[in-house]
Design a protein around this ligand. Structure first.
Ligand code: GLN
Length: 274
């Protein structure tokens, strides 16, 4: 089959099997297998598509596996990240947090940055790639996620990956910036997640009873790693804009920012000195 035929077939197959976003998934799957960008579909309509791979992709999508896992990689900010079972899929709202960090870090001479609960490393590695004068430590405790982190950081000289739990102590230089997209979904809401999100690691999503467990750890254990004029950047759940202020008692100038969908999504805060 060529690209056009494979797309028509995939769309019909996914739709018939009740897979949501069938059109988008069919397009992404076929382009991925044909090795072309989405925008190249028209000009490559007659390219050959490996049917064995397509059959495998379609079968996995039918079972509810996320498109990103099936493809094995996903675009985030300005590069592609390897993803698969065991690691959180990078999301567009996290690109906004990454942009905030880059904008701030640009003004610093040789910023030291920690990316806590790094997952695929999408935030930290994107910042490191953009700012060659920065040095980024990416910390992740899941061994499965860490494999992706290491793979994604390969060849990026200004990133160090650390396998570790943010509850523990680390031997690190003081940081100018701490950034994190920690698990923030309330434990009680975990069962209401979309079928495909349920295939992502609960360890990367479940933030405890009120969703704030990891912000408390960051507040209690990580302030000491920040320089006095250091700054904290966090992603939060859309209903956590108010409660986050109580959780971050060791920080001041706590500003909640909205994402492009208009939901509270990011927090920027300064360290309280002393
Ligand atoms: N944004 C993710 C979701 O809603 C949650 C990510 C996280 O817990 N850090 O699925």
């Amino acid at each position: 089959m060529n690209v056009k035929e494979a797309y028509d077939y995939s769309f019909a197959f996914l739709k018939a099997n009740g897979v949501d976003e069938a059109e988008n998934k069919a397009l992404n799957a076929v382009c991925c297998i044909a090795g072309i960008k989405l925008g190249e579909f028209q000009s490559h309509k007659d390219d050959f598509v490996n049917m064995k791979r397509l059959a495998d992709f379609l079968w996995r999508l039918k079972t509810g596996e996320p498109l990103q896992y099936v493809m094995g990689k996903w675009d985030f900010y300005e590069s592609e990240f390897f993803v698969g079972e065991g690691v959180l899929i990078p999301r567009p709202e996290t690109e906004e947090l990454t942009e905030l960090v880059i904008d701030y870090a640009k003004s610093l001479e040789k910023p030291v940055i920690f990316d806590l609960c790094s997952g695929s490393g999408c935030i930290g590695i994107s910042v490191a790639k953009k700012l060659s004068n920065a040095f980024v430590y990416c910390i992740e405790k899941s061994k499965d996620a860490y494999k992706y982190l290491e793979r994604n950081a390969k060849g990026v000289a200004n990133v160090e990956c650390i396998l570790g739990d943010i509850n523990n102590e680390f031997d690190l230089p003081s940081a100018d910036i701490i950034v994190s997209n920690p698990p923030y979904i309330k434990s009680g809401d975990m069962k209401t997640l979309q079928k495909e999100v349920k295939k992502e690691p609960s360890m990367a999503l479940d933030g405890g009873d009120d969703g704030l467990d990891f912000y408390r750890i960051i507040n209690d254990k990580w302030k000491k790693y920040l320089k006095d004029n250091g700054r904290l950047f966090l992603e939060i759940g859309e209903d956590e804009g108010e409660s986050i202020k109580d959780a971050l008692s060791a920080f001041s100038n706590i500003t909640v920012k909205k994402d492009l969908s208009g939901n509270d999504r990011m927090v920027v805060a300064d360290k309280v000195i002393g």
